[in-house]
Design a protein around this ligand. Structure first.
Ligand code: SF4
Length: 338
């Protein structure tokens, strides 16, 4: 009998862990809330910093899951879990020898930052909306025209005490640089501005892309937070900000405002944690057993983590971490079988 491991979450992290475990002789079962595998990456157009189409990474993972015959329960949400399995919202239980929590994150709802008018004014979109528009080949203003001046605002719903999201979402600076370049490629005549508090370029190739954005694409980076956006009579958007490098207030009319919405913890993390005696970090993400030697382990033996359920992560980091999770699960299974 092969040991069985339930993986809660069928995004990139969950799929990568399942594939690795299956190769190591385990029977993985993926439980995914949505009707399809793929998670948030499914809605993404291209990946930073290489502009690789997201589908080129995601589709092979989904195809391998099918080829290897890995069991997937889609349209099924995990309501409670323990080291012995999971309970679904339908009331059904799936018993297992270990459980991996790979339920990911939630995108910050930009409507909570009312001052930017998301969901109220035309042409105020989030970074996720922009990816969808790029996927559909339809980056246009609401009246069908092309934007001539575009602003991207960093840290929307991150590093913000007012919305109780103090953490840095880690990937939105580089997403802003990537999207600014994509917009400039689409609309070479447009002026593109990135408004930021700090630029955090921690990954391989990120700093180079940031420089390229300035030197090759003439994208403007303004250190300052936009305090307010308001609609103008001519259909444009007026933004107010302060350039914190020069100390000067700034008023600008733009055609499109892109809000780089942050990653926040899932609302149901608390219930999942309570069901299994797990701990949450102050920002609501799942707390690992140890930040150095146990990043993919929970404080409870037999329950493991993968991907952005513990903290904001890039897709590259998520996929790399999946192997660590699978190794930790194997160590555990071997130790209890002995
Ligand atoms: S990665 Fe950049 S944009 Fe995202 S929260 Fe951190 S500092 Fe702000």
């Amino acid at each position: 009998m092969k040991p069985k491991v339930v993986i809660a979450g069928g995004g990139a992290a969950g799929m990568a862990v399942a594939l690795r475990l299956e190769r190591l002789g385990v029977e993985p079962v993926i439980v995914e809330r949505e009707e399809r595998l793929g998670g948030k990456v499914r809605g993404w157009h291209k990946l930073f910093p290489t502009f690789t189409p997201a589908a080129e990474v995601l589709d092979p993972l989904v195809a391998q899951i099918g080829r290897r015959g890995i069991e997937c329960r889609t349209g099924a949400a995990v309501e409670a879990l323990s080291e012995h399995g999971v309970k679904l919202a339908s009331g059904q239980t799936i018993e297992a020898d270990a459980v991996v929590v790979a339920t990911g994150f939630t995108l910050f709802d930009a409507r909570r930052k009312e001052e930017y008018g998301y969901g109220i004014y035309d042409n105020v979109v989030t970074s996720a909306d922009l990816e969808r528009m790029m996927n559909e080949g339809a980056v246009r203003l609401a009246d069908g025209s092309t934007p001539r001046r575009i602003a991207l605002l960093h840290c929307v719903g991150s590093r913000d005490e007012k919305v109780c999201q103090r953490h840095c979402s880690k990937v939105c600076c580089i997403t802003g640089v990537k999207q600014a370049i994509e917009l400039k490629k689409m609309f070479p005549e447009a002026d593109v501005f990135n408004f930021y508090m700090d630029i955090r370029m921690f990954g391989a190739g990120y700093e180079e892309l940031y420089r390229e954005a300035q030197q090759s694409y003439n994208i403007h980076f303004v250190r300052g937070r936009i305090s307010e956006a308001s609609p103008m009579i001519n259909g444009r958007i007026q933004i107010k900000a302060e350039d914190t490098l020069t100390g000067r207030p700034l008023r600008m009319s733009i055609d499109m405002l892109v809000l780089l919405a942050g990653m926040r913890a899932n609302d149901d993390n608390a219930a999942l944690a309570a069901s299994a005696g797990l701990a949450l970090a102050p920002n609501g993400f799942m707390q690992s057993a140890d930040p150095f030697l146990g990043a993919v382990r929970s404080p409870r033996r037999g329950i493991f983590y993968a991907g952005a359920v513990t903290a904001p992560k890039s897709l590259a980091d998520t996929l790399a971490e999946a192997s660590l999770t699978a190794d930790a699960v194997m160590d555990y299974l071997n130790s209890v079988q002995r």
